[in-house]
Structures are given as C-alpha cells and as structure tokens.
Design a protein around this ligand. Structure first.
Ligand code: ZN
Length: 244
C-alpha cells in the first residue's frame, strides 16, 4: 500500500454509493487520477468541499489493488465565485472538460495544470470578458498539448503570411491558410485583428490576452481547432454564453 500526496484539482465527480464520490483529478506530476473520496457527502464530513468541481488541494491518496482512495485533503481553493454566475460556471466547466479530455494517467501535465489554475483564477476573481480569456486558454492549451497552430506561414503552400486579408484558418492542417490555397468551407475566414491577437497571445505571457477587446479573439475558431485535435466534441461547450 503506497500513500502519496498530490496537489490536484477536481475536474469531474460522480456520486457513488450512499456517501461516497468518485473524482477525476488533474495533478501536475501525474496527470489524470481517478479516486474515491469516502463519506464526503455526509453533512459533517471534513471532505465535503474537496470533492466539488474546481476544488484545489493537496490530496493524500492510497493505492490498493489498482484503485485510488483519498484519505485526507488539505483544501487550498474552491474558486467559489464561479458558483455565483451561471456564465462563469459554464466557462469554468468547459475548461475542466478540456483538461479532462487531454490528460492521461501518469503523464506529467505541469503546463496544463498551471494554465488551468491561472485561467480559473481570472474567471473567478476578476470581471474579465470570458471570450478572450477562454481563447487564450485554448491557444496555450494547444501549445502544451503539442499542436501549436502555425500562424506565420500558409499550412498548405508555405508562403509567409503577414498582415494581409483575406486569410483563413484550417483546423485540419493546424494553422493559417492563404487565399490561393483556400478550397473548402472548412477553412474559416479570420480578420487581420484576429491574426494579430493570436500571434500576440502566443508570444507573450497571459497578461496580454485577457484585457483585449472581445471581438479580436477568435474563440469559435480556436474551439473548433482544439476539439478537432482532441478528436471529440466537448459537450459542456453547448452551455457557454454563446454556445451552439
Ligand atoms: Zn497557401
């Protein structure tokens, strides 16, 4: 029986038996972890909040016969304000779903973990617009999952792309596509300011992408790209403020 302490955040939970809960955790060093928190749904449980979505804490885990059980939790943050706004909550849930779709068990996810914490903090504790915030998340998510989009050259002919328009995004090829190479409706038109916004957000730290005007961030394009690369639709996206 091995006991380990893991800083982690709750991505998903499912109630189990009368008082237990199965949680999916994201750990920076171990990726996705499935574990049971026993008795956390009893009203007087010390672990009542540590099985909630977004809970960030140090989770003490025991592994027995291939199953993980949480024995104790030092709760660090609950991101409580996310529960006071439906729009913020749906945005936060979407971020958790993306992280869950990307993370594999026993796989280091340091960058994803930091990106998730950072974005959830902004979502919970500031009034920044959701669209640039989530767009920046998607862009940096693509970087840390190994499919950074190509934004300086056409993905089909390799020609450098400057500030010209029209220009398109090709989700299947993973980057910008010039006018001459556009063949199908799958290649989505972008404005020059969309392209500038993405380049800037990729180059610089997170502070640069959050306070930009709403229209500059091509959220739906980045969403389509990331979901295509993950190979699945993220269902919680349909609940976003402008979901479809
Ligand atoms: Zn081209």
């Amino acid at each position: 029986m091995i006991q380990t302490e893991n800083t982690a955040i709750v991505l998903r939970h499912v109630n189990y038996r009368d008082n237990d809960r199965m949680v999916t955790l994201l750990s920076p060093s171990r990726g996705r972890i499935e574990a049971v928190i026993r008795n956390c749904r009893k009203p007087k449980s010390h672990n009542l909040n540590s099985g909630e979505l977004f809970a960030l804490g140090d989770y003490m885990l025991i592994e027995t016969g291939g199953h993980m059980t949480v024995t104790s939790v030092h709760l660090i943050e609950t991101f409580y304000p996310l529960r006071t706004s439906y729009d913020r909550l749906t945005c936060g849930t979407y971020l958790l779903s993306l992280a869950e779709a990307a993370a594999e068990p026993e796989q280091e996810q340091q960058e994803l973990f930091m990106l998730l914490l950072h974005t959830l903090s902004r979502l919970a504790f500031t009034d920044q617009e959701w669209r640039p915030l989530l767009s920046g998340f998607l862009l940096h998510f693509s970087v840390c999952q190994g499919f950074k989009p190509r934004l300086n050259h056409c993905v089909l002919c390799g020609r450098p792309i400057g500030e010209e328009t029209p220009v398109f995004f090709d989700p299947a090829e993973g980057g910008l596509c010039c006018r001459d190479c556009r063949r199908t409706r799958e290649q989505i038109p972008l404005s020059a300011e969309n392209v500038r916004w993405m380049r800037k957000a990729l180059q610089s730290g997170s502070a640069s992408w959050v306070n930009t005007p709403d229209a500059q961030a091509p959220f739906s394009v980045l969403r389509a790209y990331v979901e295509q690369r993950l190979g699945r639709r993220i269902r919680s996206a349909s609940l976003l403020p402008e979901g479809d």
